[in-house]
Write a new protein. Structure first.
Length: 243
């Protein structure tokens, strides 16, 4: 598994890069990839199925932020002070082959939970009877609790969503480090620790890779070229307001 540490970028660039990786992994040109990244400026990402009208009705300050639509489902996320990851795997990857794509939620969140527990942060999974990432519910994803989420004192600290194609799976997730916007109600890492979790990405990569090698890598030329082309898609109202 290749893992990447990316610079902070705007929502258009971040979503274009994840789609480029998905495309290249899906056609066998890139290896299974784990990417860590952050966002600048603060951006609202809409889930793939969310109506644009819901964002248009959102009052300030969140309603005045940059907005982008994701490939993955679920509710909107206000990306600001967080660590975001994406993991992209071909369908025949060992992490998918035995138990299927849904198991990937538990696997990745379990790696984060184990690390956070090592630092005394009281994380636990979401409600056992709740389903996975839902297309219905409150506007913001962190007000929706699924059995795959990580909670701290009953509030959502981390959540993820997937996009599945015929050849690969993309899973994106957010761990909230701190929160400057009261409109997104969530737990934050800053409420429990001064740990800079960004310094722990190598350890997270090792835990997520499990028994497989986790090698720090770089984007391929093909990925960067495709991401550049995809910027136009994610910047266009035709995509952002498609629903």
């Amino acid at each position: 598994m290749r893992w990447l540490i990316d610079l902070s970028a705007d929502g258009v660039a971040n979503m274009a890069r994840d789609e480029a990786i998905l495309h290249e992994v899906g056609r066998g040109a890139s290896p299974a990839t784990l990417r860590f990244y952050q966002w600048s400026p603060p951006t609202v990402s809409l889930g793939y199925f969310q109506p644009w009208a819901d964002f248009a009705a959102l009052p300030p300050p969140a309603g005045e932020l940059a907005v982008v639509r994701r490939q993955t489902g679920g509710g909107a996320i206000l990306h600001d002070r967080e660590l975001t990851y994406s993991v992209t795997l071909p369908l025949d990857h060992p992490l998918l082959a035995e138990e299927g794509p849904t198991h990937l939620y538990d696997h990745v969140h379990g790696a984060f939970a184990a690390l956070l527990s090592d630092y005394g942060i009281p994380v636990m999974p979401g409600p056992a009877r709740s389903r996975g990432c839902s297309h219905r519910g409150p506007f913001f994803c962190f007000e929706r609790h699924s059995c795959f989420d990580l909670l701290a004192d009953g509030r959502k600290l981390m959540g993820s969503a997937q996009r599945r194609t015929r050849t690969a799976v993309l899973q994106q997730g957010s761990l909230i480090l701190d929160n400057r916007f009261s409109q997104q109600k969530c737990a934050t890492l800053a409420a429990y620790t001064g740990l800079d979790v960004v310094t722990c990405v190598a350890e997270l990569a090792r835990r997520i890779a499990g028994g497989m090698a986790a090698d720090l890598g770089t984007f391929t030329r093909a990925e960067l070229e495709l991401a550049g082309q995809l910027r136009g898609k994610y910047a266009a109202p035709a995509w952002t307001r498609k629903r």
